[in-house]
Design a protein around this ligand. Structure first.
Ligand code: AMP
Ligand code: GLY
Length: 444
């Protein structure tokens, strides 16, 4: 089989790497991919942008692609899956209508209210003065969200009226988030611990992926502005069996059934970002119509089942006949970012150390003599990289994700950091505390 992955980030590298291991797959193509997918055995980059639907469909037809998997949200929200299906091509992801769950926070909120799915209280505004007035009527901190897609950066937690006023003004009158910020939501702040609950859905049936947790804030101790995600691990200790069952029962099943009832059945990866309170009750903070980035990197490290088989079963509506099996070990990924990220960042630096052996001396002698790769249970996934004259050059804010398996989360963390230390470019940086919540939990 030939499989096409659309996108060029760390999530897509992890998907392509995993799919290339399928005995059913001869070649994986990635459009446009990055320097990591270009170097991956069995994987080839195709230089077509993720938003060029005509060119992607033309390529899929010419190359006789058997299955296309869409990574990022933007093409999904713009209807790429509908276009592929109209052309008679197999494509895994939600329709444009179903992808509104992520594409419009107002849609998602109204949907949750129609189907009694727990979420934070909110109000949505397109006009400045009623929004500013409402902010004065709610408890602080309040959460200000751009309605549309903003690459994980359209959410501001306002501790003071001044911060709230600024966020609202930036969105509604200064157009800082473009069309995404033409409408804002002012939401109740929900306390607790976050988890990423990602599933595969075939319209009707739900197959949960392993749980995971992201670290959205830029800096150590979960401080600083929100980013696309600075690191992730799987499983998330907070999602124990009871919480898992409750999230399926109270969130995922009503979501999937609600979409069927509204005649927009959902096929694809579905990601519920949940906040789990001290009482164990989970509320939905957001839906994503795709896999998380960087959650996908540790999740794919742990997935033992054939992902292609699961996607094809989902497209056939037979996901209920499938199971997903997971490596019992934990996996943890540390995002290595460019100088300046999440604001304007430096690009064009040469990445050094990618081809050197994994430094086991830093790893206290575990896994003797193993190099980078699946056998060692360590893998550097690329995100914002490109190749130039045979070298890997930084070309994005989140550049790499150093990901490792370990018997316990502490082992995975230690190994991921040892791996992260083996690569370098000028100004590169990462958080030092990815996994801190799970490790605290394990020590308890
Ligand atoms: P979202 O893109 O809606 O998930 O928001 C990004 C991040 O902001 C989330 O991952 C949370 O860390 C935080 N956040 C969003 N909504 C809330 C809320 N209502 N209460 C507390 N934190 C929130
Ligand atoms: N890592 C969070 C997201 O993909 O939305």
């Amino acid at each position: 089989m030939k499989v096409l992955v659309v996108g060029g980030g760390g999530r897509e590298h992890a998907l392509a790497w995993k799919i290339s291991q399928s005995p059913r797959v001869a070649t994986v193509y990635v459009a446009p991919g990055n320097a990591g997918t270009e170097r991956e055995p069995g994987v080839r980059n195709v230089s077509i942008a993720a938003d060029d639907f005509d060119a992607l469909i033309g390529f899929a037809e010419r190359a006789e692609i058997d299955l296309t998997i869409i990574g990022p949200e933007q093409p999904l929200v713009n209807g790429i899956v509908d276009r592929f299906h109209r052309a008679g091509l197999k494509c895994f992801g939600p329709s444009q209508k179903a992808a509104q769950l992520e594409g419009s926070k107002t849609f998602a909120k109204q949907f949750m209210s129609r189907h009694a799915i727990a979420t934070a209280d909110y109000k949505s505004f397109a006009e400045l003065s009623p929004a500013l007035e409402y902010l004065r009527a709610v408890k602080l901190p309040a959460v200000i969200k751009a309605d549309g897609l903003a690459a994980g950066k359209g959410v501001i937690i306002a501790d003071t009226l001044q911060q709230g006023d600024q966020a609202i003004t930036d969105m509604l009158s200064k157009n800082r988030f473009g069309d995404a910020g033409k409408r804002v939501l002012i939401e109740e702040f929900v306390g607790g611990e976050e988890a990423s609950f990602i599933c595969m859905v075939d319209g009707e049936h739900i197959l949960a992926m392993a749980s995971s947790q992201d670290h959205k804030a830029a800096f150590n101790g979960d401080t600083g502005p929100n980013t696309g995600g600075m690191g992730a691990y799987s499983p998330a200790a907070i999602v124990d069996d009871k919480t898992h069952a409750a999230i399926m029962q109270q969130i995922l099943r009503p979501t999937v059934a609600g979409l069927v009832a509204e005649d927009i059945p959902y096929t694809g990866f579905l990601y519920a970002g949940v906040m789990i309170g001290g009482d164990g009750i989970a509320k939905v903070l957001e839906y994503n119509c795709r896999l998380g980035d960087p959650e996908t990197q540790p999740i794919m490290m742990r997935l033992k089942s054939d992902l292609v088989t699961l996607c094809l079963a989902a497209l056939d509506g037979t996901l209920d006949q499938q199971t997903a099996t997971w490596d019992a070990r934990a996996a943890l990924g540390v995002v290595i970012a460019a100088d300046g990220y999440p604001n304007a960042y430096d690009q064009g630096q040469i990445v050094k150390g990618l081809d050197s052996a994994y430094d086991e001396s830093v790893d206290h002698g575990l896994d003797h003599g193993l190099d980078h790769g699946i056998d060692a249970g360590v893998k550097i996934f690329h995100a914002g990289t490109k190749s130039e004259h045979g070298q890997v050059i930084t070309a994005g804010g989140r550049v790499l994700c150093a990901t490792a398996l370990g018997n316990e989360i502490e082992d995975a963390q230690r190994r991921a950091y040892a791996l992260a230390k083996s690569v370098h470019w000028e100004g590169c940086w990462y958080r030092d505390d990815i996994g801190h919540r799970a490790i605290k939990q394990a020590v308890k």
